[in-house]
Design a protein around this ligand. Structure first.
Ligand code: BDP
Length: 622
C-alpha cells in the first residue's frame, strides 16, 4: 500500500497523508457531481463545534461526539463567528451526524473536504480516515467500508491553524528573523490567518468502475478546434465515449484503455473560442463503458476552447495579444471570514465586470472552486497562486526544506484541481519571496544565496512539468534580484513607490516605477505584469491637495502607474492592489486591522478609484 501511495503522490494524483491504518487519499481532480451514476450529499450547514486549547480532544475521544458543543457554520472561518475565538488558532473540533443516502448502495463512498485551514484530521464513525496539511485545497478519503447506505454516519474533523515557521505561508518565525511588518497574530503575510472549514464538506458516491480524473487540453487552428481528453479510470472499464456539445454541434470520440488511462481527441471543424469578450463553454460528457458497451459512469465538464502562450513580450490568448486589466483580491468578508460565500463571489465578479476588468490573481492562495467556475463563465483570466507568500530563506535549512516540500505539495494539488479551467492562464508559484535585504529604492538585490534561486526554480520547473500548457510565473517583491524575475515565463512585479517609499510623492514614485520597468525590460525581455500597485485609502477621506490615505491620492496613484505602463508595450497587464479592503493582523500600518488598498470597501461599495478605473477600462453598461 505504502509504495502504491508514494507512486501516486509522485504522479500528482493523490494528495493527502495516510495515517497508519487509514484509507488512502483519493483523487481531487473532479468536483463531486450527482447524475444517474453518482450521488453527492453536501454537508454545508451548522455543525457541532468545540475549541480544544489544551489539545485533549484526541485522547478523550472527541471524535465520537462533542460534549458541551456549540454551533458553527460550514463553510466559514470560526474567528468572526464566535466572539471568543477571534485570534484563536489552536485545535478545534467539528462534528456532524448524517445518514448515508440509500442511493449510495453498492457504490464506493468518499468524503471530500473543500478546504481546512491549516491542518486537519478526519474521523468517520470514530475511525481515523486521514489527515491533510495545507489550507485552501481540497482533500478526499475513501470511506466505503464505513459508510453503509441508509445508516447513520458521524464525521469529526480536528482543525488547527497554528502559525509555524515550517508552514506555507509561515508564521512565528524565530526571533530576529526579518519580516516585512510586525503584526499580531505573528504572520509573515498581510492578511488575517482565518481558520476552520472554509469550503463545503461533501459525502459522495461513485460506481465501482468509475472515472477518477479528466484532463482537458484545447487547441485552435484557423477556425477549427481540438479538445484532447485524458481519462483516468479505476475498476477496469474497457473504454470510454466522449461527447462534446455546443454551438448546435455535437462531436464524439471513443477511447480504449491501456491500464487505467486513455486519451482521445475531439475535433470541431468550426469552434467558438473562449475569451473574456465571449466566454463560451461547451459541455463535455465522458462516459465509461463496461461489458457490452454499457454505460457504467458519467462525468460532465464545462470546457472553454482557448490557447495561452507567451511570445516575446506579449501574452497571447487564442493567438492574439491580450492585456490583463484587473486586481489582486482576497477571499475575505465580514463574519464569514475566508469561508466560501457565494453571494460575495457573484458580486465580486459582477463588480469586476462593472469596472471593466478582465483578469485577477488568486492572491495569495487557491480560491474556492466556485470562484474558478464563475471566472470560466464570466471570462476572467486568472493567475492561479499557491499560498507561498513571503518565503524566507534565512531561518535554517530544515525550515526552508519543510517549506519547499509543502510548496511542491500545494502546487501538485492546485494543478490537479484547477487544470481544466479555461480561466486559468498561468500558475504563480510564489508571492514576494524575501531576498536577504530589501531595497525599496527601485534597485535589485545582488549576491542572493543561490539556494533560494534554486528553490524558486524548482517550483517553476514543477509547474511546467505538471502542466506544459500554461505559463508559470513568480511575483517579485520590490528589490528582488533580477535572476528571480527571469525564472518565470513572464515577469510579475509588486510595486509601491510613492507609498512605502517616496511616500506622498506620486510623481516621483511613478518615475521610479517607470525607470525600473525599463531596467528590468532591458535585462529580461519578456512580458511584465504588474501584479500589485496601490495605496491605502480611507473611504470618505478627501483632500484638496490629494494627501495620502485620501480617495484623491488613490486615484492619482493608480492613474500615474497606469499612464507609465501604457507607454511601454512590454507591459502585458496591470493588477491594482487591491479589489476590496480586507482584514489583516493588528499593526501600526493597518487602521482597524484592515488593509485599505481596496478600490471597493470591505462591504463592496466603490471608492472614487473604482469609478476612475471604470472610466479608464471601459466598464460594462456605461
Ligand atoms: C505586498 C503583498 C500584499 C500586501 C501588500 C500591501 O504582496 O499581500 O497586502 O503588499 O502592503 O507586499 O498592501
Amino acid at each position: 500500500m505504502r509504495s502504491k501511495v508514494k507512486a501516486a503522490i509522485l504522479l500528482g494524483l493523490l494528495v493527502a497523508a495516510v495515517p497508519a491504518g487509514a484509507a488512502p487519499a483519493a483523487s481531487i481532480g473532479l468536483l463531486p457531481q450527482a447524475n444517474e451514476f453518482r450521488e453527492a450529499l453536501d454537508l454545508s450547514g451548522l455543525w457541532d463545534f468545540k475549541l480544544d486549547p489544551k489539545d485533549e480532544g484526541e485522547g478523550a475521544g472527541w471524535f465520537r461526539g462533542l460534549e458541551g458543543a456549540r454551533s458553527i457554520a460550514v463553510p466559514g472561518s470560526w474567528n468572526e463567528q464566535l466572539p471568543d475565538a477571534y485570534d484563536y488558532l489552536g485545535p478545534a473540533w467539528y462534528f456532524r451526524r448524517c445518514t448515508v443516502p440509500r442511493g449510495f448502495k453498492g457504490d464506493r463512498v468518499f468524503l471530500r473536504v473543500g478546504s481546512a485551514n491549516y491542518a486537519a484530521r478526519v474521523w468517520v464513525n470514530g475511525t481515523l480516515v486521514g489527515e491533510h496539511e495545507g489550507g485552501h485545497l481540497p482533500f478526499a478519503f475513501e470511506v466505503t467500508p464505513l459508510a453503509v447506505a441508509g445508516s447513520p454516519l458521524t464525521i469529526a474533523i480536528r482543525v488547527e491553524n497554528e502559525l509555524k515557521p515550517t508552514r506555507v505561508p509561515a508564521g512565528n518565525l524565530p526571533p530576529g528573523t526579518r519580516t516585512l511588518m510586525a503584526s499580531n497574530p505573528r504572520t509573515t503575510f498581510d492578511f488575517f490567518p482565518y481558520a476552520g472549514l472554509h469550503r463545503p464538506v461533501v459525502l459522495y458516491s461513485v460506481p465501482r468502475t468509475s472515472i477518477e480524473d479528466l484532463t482537458v487540453r484545447t487547441g485552435l487552428e484557423g477556425g477549427a478546434g481540438t479538445v484532447t481528453v485524458k481519462v483516468t479510470q479505476s475498476g477496469g472499464a474497457r473504454g470510454a465515449r466522449l461527447r462534446l456539445h455546443g454551438e448546435g454541434a455535437e462531436v464524439e470520440a471513443a477511447m480504449t484503455f491501456t491500464a487505467s488511462e486513455g486519451e482521445a481527441v475531439l475535433r470541431l471543424p468550426r469552434a467558438r473560442a473562449w475569451s473574456p469578450a465571449d466566454p463560451y463553454l461547451y459541455e463535455l460528457t465522458a462516459s465509461l463503458l463496461g461489458p457490452g458497451g454499457r454505460e457504467v459512469d458519467r462525468y460532465t465538464l464545462e470546457v472553454g476552447l482557448r490557447t495561452v502562450e507567451v511570445r516575446g513580450t506579449q501574452i497571447l490568448l487564442n493567438g492574439q495579444p491580450i492585456f490583463l486589466k484587473g486586481f489582486g483580491r482576497h477571499e475575505d468578508f465580514a463574519v464569514s471570514g475566508r469561508g466560501q460565500n457565494e453571494p460575495v463571489i457573484v458580486r465580486d465578479h459582477a463588480l469586476m465586470k462593472w469596472v471593466g476588468a478582465n483578469s485577477y490573481r488568486t492572491s495569495h492562495y487557491p480560491y474556492a472552486e466556485e470562484q474558478m467556475r464563475e471566472a470560466d463563465r464570466q471570462g476572467f483570466l486568472v493567475i492561479d497562486e499557491i499560498p507561498a507568500v513571503s518565503l524566507h530563506f534565512g531561518d535554517g535549512e530544515e525550515n526552508v526544506r519543510a517549506r519547499l516540500l509543502q510548496c511542491e505539495k500545494d502546487l501538485r494539488e492546485l494543478i490537479a484541481r484547477d487544470k481544466n479551467h479555461p480561466s486559468v492562464i498561468a500558475w504563480s508559484v510564489s508571492n514576494e519571496a524575501i531576498p536577504g535585504a530589501i531595497d525599496l529604492s527601485g534597485g535589485a538585490a545582488r549576491n542572493v544565496d543561490p539556494a533560494s534561486t534554486a528553490f524558486l526554480r524548482r517550483l517553476i520547473d514543477l509547474a511546467h512539468g505538471l502542466d506544459p500548457s500554461r505559463p508559470a510565473t513568480l511575483v517579485a517583491i520590490m528589490g528582488a534580484p533580477i535572476e528571480w524575475m527571469a525564472l518565470g515565463d513572464f515577469v510579475s512585479l509588486n510595486r509601491y513607490f510613492g507609498w512605502y517609499s517616496q511616500p506622498g510623492d506620486v510623481a516621483a514614485g511613478a518615475e521610479t516605477f517607470a525607470k525600473e520597468l525599463d531596467t528590468i525590460h532591458a535585462q529580461v525581455p519578456r512580458p511584465i505584469v504588474v501584479t500589485e500597485f496601490g495605496a491605502d485609502t480611507l473611504p470618505g477621506e478627501h483632500s484638496l491637495e490629494g494627501l495620502m490615505w485620501s480617495e484623491e491620492f488613490q486615484v492619482a496613484f493608480l492613474k500615474a502607474y497606469l499612464d507609465a505602463a501604457e507607454k511601454r508595450d512590454f507591459v502585458a497587464g496591470m493588477h491594482v492592489w487591491c479589489f476590496a479592503d480586507f482584514r489583516t493582523g493588528q499593526g501600526t500600518l493597518r487602521a482597524g486591522s484592515l488593509n485599505h488598498k481596496g478600490v471597493f470597501t470591505r462591504d463592496r461599495e466603490p471608492k472614487m478609484a473604482a469609478r476612475f478605473l471604470r472610466e479608464r477600462w471601459g466598464g460594462a453598461g456605461r
